[in-house]
Ligand binder design. Structure first.
Ligand SMILES: Nc1nc2c(c(=O)[nH]1)N[C@H]1C(S)=C(S)[C@@H](COP(=O)(O)O)O[C@H]1N2
Ligand SMILES: [Mo]
Length: 376
């Protein structure tokens, strides 16, 4: 039996009109670009090339860029679905391949949809801390982002004449009656529905990073809850770390290695600061930290503030047991080797006996269970 395949021209619903496609495309271009740029920033901070430096102030900037990354990614999901719905009759266009440029255009759309879909699903699963794949998420998510943005640029360039025409406001007299008599959801109706779905998706997740939305964010993960009023990303048990009274902090400088017991650290001048943890996975939360500022500690050990420092933890085998504090951060009085959180001694899950907490840094670099600092 042969199934009747409809021709492209037979899809008459207003949702498939090029003006709808272009409007949603424009919204998608904005959310995707925001997502790409903020993602790139996050990647550069975590893997800084020589030319890149990230300031330690304002303290909450990364909280904003990474919050935007997750929110714009979430907003892109309903927009992408609506866009695909709006253009899917094109998939029925025949003949399948008309010319070489046409074939390339179809291929680029395949790459574009695949890459965009991959980015949004892996990103969302990462936010939900669900890792059903065997690859190292950040690298693949980063590589495919370039594929997505590249194919978007090609796509926009190819479609520019149509986009121009569709976004110019005048409705021709010939079009107006067709729009008025169209059955089902009108163009406006489809756009409004898409906008609402996007708004709901954003509000349902944004509470993870925007405090006043917490009450309405049904899908907001782990904000507000947790030991000492702060979410825990990796517990001491999961990291396999234990502590004994013989513990010492090693500070390695050009002058040699100095060792500090916990009591000796407590005897150094302490600084209190209100700083957020801004997890790359999207949640962020502010807390009150108390400990030794890095400039103070470096001076006590005989090194100059502003020297880059490698931070190692007692965690073995984890991906986040080591980080590097660049000079911008070791010179900042608000970069702390924290001993206390919200007025109490650090809980084991938050990094007892001491952890790094620095302004304007991804959470993943706020190393817990610190045992060694090396001036580089
Ligand atoms: N040693 C070590 N430090 C770590 C981690 C880790 O897995 N191991 N996770 C990091 C991540 S991803 C985040 S978001 C913060 C969370 O800190 P918290 O668990 O105290 O909220 O700790 C960071 N410090
Ligand atoms: Mo994190």
């Amino acid at each position: 039996m042969k199934l009747p395949i409809p021709a492209e021209e037979q899809f008459q619903a207003p949702a498939h009109h090029e003006r709808v496609t272009s409007r949603i495309g424009l919204a998608l271009a904005i959310t995707f670009t925001t997502c790409f740029v903020t993602g790139l920033i996050s990647h550069l901070i975590q893997h800084p090339p020589g030319w890149f430096s990230w300031p330690s102030r304002p303290i909450g900037l990364y909280r904003v860029t990474q919050g935007l990354h997750v929110i714009s990614g979430v907003a892109s999901i309903p927009l992408l679905l609506a866009k695909l719905w709006s253009v899917y009759p094109k998939l029925f266009g025949r003949p399948l391949v008309r010319s070489l440029p046409h074939a390339l255009e179809r291929l680029s759309i395949l790459v574009l949809s695949g890459a965009a879909f991959f980015e949004l699903t892996t990103g969302l699963l990462n936010v939900a801390q669900n890792y059903p794949w065997g690859f190292y998420f950040p690298q693949v998510h980063y590589a495919v982002a370039w594929l997505a943005i590249g194919s978007i640029l090609v796509h926009v360039a190819v479609k520019l004449p149509i986009i121009r025409r569709a976004l110019s406001r005048t409705t021709t007299a010939a079009e107006a009656p067709a729009e008025a008599s169209a059955e089902g959801l009108s163009r406006r109706g489809f756009l409004v529905t898409t906008g609402l779905a996007t708004g709901v998706a954003v509000v349902a997740t944004a509470g993870a990073t925007v405090p006043f939305l917490r009450g309405v964010s049904a899908l907001s993960w782990r904000s507000g809850k947790g030991t000492q009023d702060l979410p825990v990303n990796r517990t001491a048990a999961a990291a396999g770390v234990t502590w004994s009274p013989t513990w010492r902090l090693s500070v390695v400088t050009a002058r040699g290695t100095m060792k500090f017991s916990l009591d000796e650290l407590r005897a150094l001048p302490q600084t209190t600061a209100e700083l957020p943890i801004a997890c790359v996975e999207g949640w962020s939360q502010s807390a009150t930290w108390r400990g030794i500022s890095l400039p103070t500690l470096l001076k006590a050990a005989g090194a100059a503030p502003g020297t880059a420092v490698r931070v190692s933890s007692s965690e073995r085998g984890g991906l986040y047991g080591v980080s590097v504090l660049p000079g911008e951060h070791t010179a900042d009085e608000l970069t702390l080797l924290a001993l206390e959180l919200n007025g109490e001694v650090l809980a084991p899950d938050h990094g007892f006996p001491c952890r790094i907490i620095a302004p304007n840094r991804p959470g993943v670099l706020q190393t817990k269970w610190v045992t060694k600092l090396e001036a580089l």
